[in-house]
Structures are given as structure tokens and as C-alpha cells.
Design a protein around this ligand. Structure first.
Ligand code: CDP
Ligand code: CDP
Length: 252
């Protein structure tokens, strides 16, 4: 009896070693592009997946949010609405960077400030401007050069890395997404008022429509992207689904 379980244990260890030796990092670091509408679970999936793989996670939405935050802080929104070229000077002097999961705008940690609802409401307009997309595309493509990255956004599979070995398009019901966003905002609210679920759902639907209908780099599923509906999935399930795909591809 004891001998048998020892044998099983030995086999298990052996399998573990084989798995470790064949981990994606050692075989072939790839680019994983995750796109989809607001609150479909992109950043949650991307962050956990990157951690499991030892890859770098790049949240491109945080970059567009950072540009928007700076516009709002400088009180330039109305001027830019009247004359788009007013954003060019701001883009010349902006710096956006990541340290782990923290986002830095001009050297300041803005990880919380960029999630405020006033930023969420204006970010689609700022993201639709060509000079903004040109600037961030350049930065994002540079960040991906070393491979071994998980990048999430709206145009990663279609524009930034159309050759990414794995492209995922995450979707979920708007009502479910609004519930998730509400829970997330409530958790971080610290006593501050949080918009209701219905209001959030309307904002999400509007933002998705604006992102999908814009001229430059609209939200769109790449024909090669794997579609995943997370409406009734747990976070663990959605991460495992993508993780299994990475393992298959990285070992080919
Ligand atoms: O987390 P959530 O889904 O609310 O949005 P996000 O990923 O932080 O992105 C915020 C906004 O940035 C989106 O609604 C888009 O307008 C814009 N965005 C974009 O245009 N292209 C990307 N690659 C990423 C974000
Ligand atoms: O990045 P994106 O806006 O697509 O979504 P997210 O910020 O990753 O996810 C929005 C919220 O939904 C987060 O609070 C997640 O924890 C939560 N959530 C999820 O991503 N997947 C589920 N199956 C359930 C909840």
C-alpha cells in the first residue's frame, strides 16, 4: 500500500518537473492580445494570466485613461473638443509608465485617479483622436518588442499586434458587466457615492458604441481571435481557458 502511493507520488513529481521544463516562458515567449468591451474581464484575466506565465502585463486602457486625466486636470477638454490639434502639445510632454501594476503619469502614481468615473466618461472621446492613437501605438509596440507579454485593450489584436500568436476577444452581457463594475467601484468607494447599476450599464453601452464606431482603431474582433463570453464564467474559469490556449500554442 505504502509502496504504491510512493510510486504515485514519484510519478506526480516527475509530471510536475516535465510541466515546469516545458513552461511557455522556456519554450517560446509569445504575445497574448486580449480585446473586448468595457468590464468584460480583460484586465482581471490579463493580470492573473501574466502572473501565472511570468509574462509582463500591459494595460493599454490605463494609458488612454492617463492621457484623459491630464486633459481634465489641465481643463483642456472643451478646447480640444473645438480644436483637436490642441492635444498635440500635451502629447509632446506627457510620460506614461508602469511599475508592476502601478500606473505613472508624469512621474505621479495615478493608479486610482484614472479609474474615477469622470475619466471613464471622457476617455472614449480622447481615445478617438488620431494624434493620441499614434502616440500610444508607438509606445505600446515598443513595450511589446521583448515578447512574453499579455496586453489588453480594444485594438491590440487588430492594430497593435495583429501577428500576436494568441488573440482573445472577451465579451459579457451588459447587465452583468454593469453589476461587476458596480461591485468593483463600491469596494473602492471608501464612503463616496457610486453610480447605480442602471446608470453604469447605460455608460458602458455608450462607451462600447463610441469605441466601436470611431474611425481610428475601433473596437473590433480580429477574424483569428478566439471569442469568449464570460457572462456566466468565474474568474478562475476564464483565466484557465486562456492559460490552456497559451500552453498549447507556446509548445507548438
Ligand atoms: O476597464 P474598462 O473596460 O472600463 O476600460 P479600459 O480598458 O480602461 O479602457 C478605457 C477606454 O480607453 C476605452 O473605453 C477606450 O475608449 C480606450 N481604449 C482604447 O481606445 N484602446 C485601447 N487599446 C484601450 C483602451
Ligand atoms: O478590463 P475589463 O474592463 O474588461 O474588465 P475587468 O476590470 O477585468 O473586470 C471587471 C470586473 O469584473 C472586475 O471587478 C472583475 O473582478 C469582475 N469579474 C470578472 O472579471 N470576471 C468574472 N467572471 C466575474 C467578475
Amino acid at each position: 500500500m505504502f509502496g504504491k502511493s510512493k510510486y504515485i507520488f514519484y510519478n506526480y513529481r516527475l509530471n510536475q518537473n516535465v510541466l515546469e521544463r516545458r513552461s511557455p516562458i522556456e519554450t517560446k515567449p509569445i504575445i497574448v492580445a486580449i480585446d473586448g468591451p468595457a468590464a468584460s474581464g480583460k484586465s482581471t484575466t490579463a493580470r492573473i494570466l501574466a502572473g501565472k506565465l511570468g509574462y509582463t502585463y500591459i494595460d493599454t486602457g490605463a494609458m488612454y485613461r492617463s492621457v484623459t486625466l491630464r486633459v481634465l486636470r489641465e481643463g483642456l477638454l472643451d478646447e480640444i473638443r473645438r480644436d483637436e490639434s490642441r492635444i498635440t502639445e500635451l502629447l509632446r510632454t506627457i510620460t506614461i509608465g508602469f511599475q508592476g501594476e502601478r500606473v505613472f503619469l508624469d512621474g505621479e502614481d495615478v493608479s486610482e485617479a484614472i479609474r474615477e468615473n469622470r475619466v471613464s466618461r471622457e476617455v472614449s472621446f480622447i481615445s478617438s483622436l488620431k494624434p493620441v492613437r499614434d502616440k500610444l501605438r508607438e509606445l505600446q509596440q515598443e513595450m511589446g518588442q521583448k515578447r512574453g507579454i499579455v496586453m489588453d485593450g480594444r485594438d491590440i489584436g487588430t492594430v497593435i499586434f495583429p501577428d500576436a500568436e494568441l488573440k482573445i476577444f472577451l465579451v459579457a452581457d451588459p447587465a452583468e458587466r454593469a453589476k461587476r463594475r458596480h461591485a468593483e467601484l463600491s469596494l473602492k468607494a471608501n464612503g463616496a457615492a457610486v453610480p447605480g447599476i442602471e446608470e453604469l450599464e447605460q455608460e458602458i453601452i455608450k462607451r462600447d458604441r463610441d469605441d466601436a464606431e470611431r474611425t481610428h482603431a475601433p473596437l473590433k474582433q480580429h477574424p483569428d481571435a478566439v471569442l469568449l463570453d464570460t457572462s456566466s464564467m468565474t474568474i478562475d474559469e476564464q483565466v484557465s481557458f486562456v492559460y490552456d490556449l497559451v500552453n498549447k500554442i507556446a509548445r507548438q
